[in-house]
Design a protein around this ligand. Sequence first.
Ligand code: SD4
Length: 329
Amino acid sequence: MLNRRNFISLSFLTAFSTILKSSFSGALLKADEKPPGDTEHGFPMVISTWKHGIAANEAAWQVLVQGGQSLDAVEQGVRVTEADPDNSSVGVGGFPDRDGDVTLDACIMDPKGKAGSVTFLQHIVHPVSVARLVMEKTPHVMLSGEGALEFALQNGFRKEDLLTDKARKAWEEWKEKSHYKPVINVENHDTIGMLAIDKNGDISGACTTSGLAFKMHGRVGDSPIIGAGLFVDNEVGGAVATGLGELVMKTLGSFLVVEFMRSGYSPREACRLAVDRIADKLPEYDRNQVGYLAVNKAGETGAFAIHKGFNYALKREDVNALLDSGALL
Ligand code: SD4
């Protein structure tokens, strides 16, 4: 059974919505052959993973519509999800690891190809903003664990307890029946990945998560890994991933999606090819979920997942919609 995180149904959010229901899984198409489900182009625009992307997109849109930069838009957008205690896979309210610690992964990329990332960060509500500071204030791309926390505190972030009562309860219930084994399945995914194009046509992206619920202490997923959970090439487009990070990391999924778009595939077909790569290389793929979401330089979007149930939120001037991705299985 798929749970509430796997929103199967297509939702219409505004009267203007251009909804293109997508169950496409046919033959490969090049970018000039528009498959059903690829959306119209245009920017400014913003897309993000899952239903919580609707609220996140709204915050990003406020930046974009005022002529702001895509980098600010994606940061402001995903901060909404990070601060939401009801989201159990991102920021405050994120389910902890198997030792009861909430550990966060996040990254951000700008149109110039700059990147920043934090992994295994605890006690900070907005890891994406720490990732942005890593990008802007350090000579590095990634800071981890204690070092990332120290850097955040030095830069004015407050140390907070991110474990909500709901998350603690879920962890306690899990402990009773888990035998200390991390949960790996198709349901346990709710990360937010966001891609935005501003009025100048410049693309940025961000990705932020508490990772797999009840993971091993110290486990880092794909979300903060540049090229895995997120990749942006401002000449081509951007991609983000959600789902079981181990599968994404082993195939460098978001980079792969962007490279497929570079060779002429539409965003949806590029995502589909990256899912195919997982299926070709990793025998455990069918027991797990991975979803890719991409946008190209023209503002066309598309998504594809291993299993049905992955969806994404799209916001443009004329559209505010939740769209189903295509699926391999
Ligand atoms: C991870 N990819 O840590 C993340 C989890 C995720 O939606 O995407 N959840 O493996």
